[in-house]
Design a protein around this ligand. Structure first.
Ligand SMILES: Cc1cc2nc3c(=O)[nH]c(=O)nc-3n(C[C@H](O)[C@H](O)[C@H](O)COP(=O)(O)OP(=O)(O)OC[C@H]3O[C@@H](n4cnc5c(N)ncnc54)[C@H](O)[C@@H]3O)c2cc1C
Length: 417
């Protein structure tokens, strides 16, 4: 493959254009860093557009993600009072918010495949764009691929699957580590064709996993209300299944085949009753790698509503592990994500953003939702820009300075619960 050196050296390169990467890239650009966002798909959005995870859950939606959400509400709502949006709506809103940033360049259709450096420091990344390999240099990098693959290539320490109880002192963890990750789900959107009566979605096998009309309630929780709303368009958490190894694309392909079979009856019912079924481009992976950082956020900290001094993002969401019964029984006031969980061990010019940050398997089941991922991304972007400005590594930055920059203009982020 032909390799060309990209002509520009960036301050910050963000790999991965999901909610974590978009918020990180916009935040870094707004902080004055010349920033490049690299995404393997032809469009940005990550889970929003790849998996049709078209609804935010958990809290708080703040900062840059709130700007994107407000743009969706004002321009792309299918009807008043909606709580989810078509992936195309998200895409337009993301393009509008990213498009305002003069310091931000976006490269889509560019898959990160290699890292050049000495093990402890990244000099350049390699991205494959069809038959051309581009080598891109930067002072600081942000891992936001949702898979942790970039961090693994760069030499970081990786965590995968369930941790042992003794690893991080978690009462709900199993006695031994294993490779079990959360179940995968293939989401889809169904839409009623003209001339057909509304269909009672409770006839679907998988309705309890989640079917949402364009209103704020679940179909199975109040079917009469759902049928009366007669939206004609529904978001489905298709079905759930295991994936033997979410790091292995062949295993993911197998899980996708299984999911298609599991949804066959539901899709046939929908078709017979005059509904189109549009499957998401990819089956949704809730969990791949997690990257070990200066601190591993545990479920005990999440459940105890801890706000450490170096809190740089706020999260409020239950522990929500698909495939396991783990309940949060603590008072639910939210928790702080420590800056130390965004700083990986072993590599001195890399920051972590999105669901791959340094946390336990159980803790991750809470902070993986998009509002929290958005808050984490914004913090990572601000920290990367600060590290470039002060010519230091992320580990050498005072967390106080990250918090100050995050809460001051132009970021105006809120770090209170
Ligand atoms: C089925 C399912 C349902 C969910 N339901 C909800 C919900 O209702 N509400 C909610 O808030 N959250 C929900 N979540 C969780 C949430 O959607 C994700 O955890 C979150 O969006 C992750 O964001 P991210 O930016 O870390 O990763 P992603 O959104 O996965 O983004 C990563 C991006 O990196 C790109 N990438 C990967 N590898 C490379 C590479 N080598 N080179 C270049 N680019 C690369 C990918 O293409 C992708 O665009 C759900 C998740 C799943 C799977």
């Amino acid at each position: 493959m032909k390799t060309i050196k990209h002509p520009v050296q960036y301050d910050v390169v963000v790999a991965g254009g999901g909610v974590g990467g978009i918020t990180a890239a916009v935040a870094a650009a707004r902080s004055g860093a010349r920033t490049l966002l690299v995404e393997e798909d032809l469009v940005l959005g990550g889970a929003l557009t790849d998996y049709f995870v078209a609804m935010l859950c958990g809290q708080p939606t703040r900062g840059i993600l709130l700007e994107i959400l407000n743009r969706c509400i004002s321009r792309h709502a299918l009807q008043h009072g909606v709580n989810w949006f078509l992936p195309s709506g998200w895409l337009h809103a993301i393009a509008a918010i990213c498009g305002r940033e003069t310091n931000l360049e976006i490269m889509t259709g560019a898959r990160l495949t290699g890292v050049r450096g000495d093990g402890g420091h990244i000099d350049a990344i390699e991205v494959d764009c069809e038959s051309i390999r581009r080598e891109i240099t930067a002072k600081m990098f942000i891992e936001a691929t949702g898979t942790g693959w970039f961090a693994e290539l760069a030499g970081c320490e990786i965590m995968y699957g369930r941790d042992a109880r003794s690893d991080f002192g978690e009462r709900h963890a199993p006695a031994q580590r294993d490779n079990q990750v959360q179940q995968v789900t293939w989401m889809y959107i169904s839409q009623k064709l003209p001339g057909f009566p509304p269909f009672d979605m409770t006839r679907l096998e998988n309705v309890r996993l989640g079917v949402l009309p364009q209103e704020d309630y679940w179909f199975h929780a109040d079917p009469a209300k759902a049928v009366a709303a007669n939206d004609g368009i529904y978001l489905h958490w298709g079905c759930r299944t295991e994936c033997a190894d979410t790091r292995d694309s062949v295993a993911v392909g197998r899980a996708q085949q299984t999911a298609l079979q599991l949804m066959e009856r539901d899709h046939a019912l929908l078709r017979e009753n005059g509904y189109t079924v549009t499957l998401a481009p990819k089956i949704g992976l809730r969990e791949v790698r997690r990257v070990k950082g200066l601190h591993v956020l545990s479920s005990e900290e999440v459940m105890n509503n801890q706000f450490p001094d170096d809190t740089v993002a706020v999260g409020k969401y239950e522990l929500d592990i698909w495939g396991e019964e783990v309940r949060c029984h603590a008072p639910w006031n939210g928790y702080g994500i420590p800056y130390r969980s965004l700083v990986p061990l072993r590599v001195d010019n890399l920051l972590l953003a999105g669901r791959i940050i340094s946390g336990s398997h159980i803790a991750m089941s809470s902070y993986r939702v998009m509002p929290i991922v958005g808050n984490i991304g914004q913090a990572a972007g601000v920290a990367a820009a600060l590290a470039v400005k002060h010519r230091c590594s992320p580990a050498a930055l005072a967390p106080r300075s990250v918090r100050d920059a995050l809460t001051a203009p132009p970021q105006n982020q809120i770090l209170e619960p």
